[in-house]
Design a protein around this ligand. Structure first.
Ligand SMILES: C[S@@+](CC[C@H](N)C(=O)[O-])C[C@H]1O[C@@H](n2cnc3c(N)ncnc32)[C@H](O)[C@@H]1O
Length: 233
């Protein structure tokens, strides 16, 4: 495992999740729970779920009936699958790529998802793969479904440490990301939610909420599909 700064380590150390990613009181997890409650969501997709922090919180705090949770990290999925089976939770945990070019048809029925959550996978993806991910999520959502997506804020220490002379930290994070996802990933971005906004029009998705949470040091945004196209079907 590469060496990283203490802050980076707290986020990407070990098998990839520091305290930041194991705290069920995390603001983003709480916002996910609130969104599923507000929309009375029964069918949820947890994109790049890691160990399933959000999925687990949703099964405990909402009336969700089915969650498909996937990640490319096999160890994280095995852990979540074991927990879900042991506790009889309605979580279907699978190893899958968020930017799969064939779409999500093999893991979820198209237009079957009420709420999709993609928490902090965005920095791992190239802009092209982010575009593919958004398109895949769009196709998985029911018309009028919701996506909640987060990315590190440019106001976070992580970002500020890396800019403008942060090449060494960037490299370390890149290596950490590679080590963690155990694949030939060769990209780690510091892009922000603003870049996602630029991709949204391409994907017939509109931003309806964007917030910065100081404690979580991340942006969170709820996206709703533009109904005009899909409802005409
Ligand atoms: C920072 S962790 C966040 C995990 C989880 N969403 C959470 O908040 O606890 C980023 C996750 O993205 C996953 N990941 C990276 N690239 C991916 C891809 N192309 N497809 C699916 N998962 C991916 C990593 O394996 C990792 O679990």
């Amino acid at each position: 495992m590469a060496e990283f700064s203490p802050l980076a380590e707290s986020i990407y150390s070990g098998n990839g999740m520091g305290q930041h990613y194991t705290n069920p009181e995390h603001t983003v997890v709480q916002r996910s729970v609130a969104l599923v409650r507000e929309t009375d969501g029964k069918s949820v997709l947890d994109v790049a779920c890691g160990r399933g922090l959000t999925s687990l919180a949703l099964t405990k705090n909402t009336d969700v009936e089915h969650i498909t949770a996937f990640d490319i990290n096999k160890a994280a999925i095995e852990e979540l699958d074991k927990t879900a089976r042991k506790e009889g939770l309605p979580i279907h945990a699978v190893v899958f790529d968020a930017a799969a070019s064939e779409g999500y048809g093999s893991v979820v029925t198209p237009e079957s998802i009420d709420v999709a959550v993609a928490k902090d996978v965005y920095p791992f993806l190239t802009p092209d793969n982010t575009r593919i991910m958004l398109s895949n999520i769009h196709d998985a959502l029911k018309p009028g479904g919701w996506l909640l997506i987060t990315s590190p804020s440019t106001r976070s220490r992580l970002y500020q440490e890396a800019e403008p002379t942060g090449t060494p930290l960037y490299r370390k994070l890149n290596q950490a990301a590679k080590d963690y996802v155990q694949t030939d990933l060769d990209y780690f971005t510091f892009s922000t939610i603003g870049n996602i906004a630029e991709l949204m029009d391409d994907n017939d998705i509109e931003m309806v909420e964007a917030s910065h949470y100081g404690r979580a040091k991340g942006w969170i945004m709820a996206l709703g599909q533009k109904n005009n196209t899909l409802l005409k079907r």
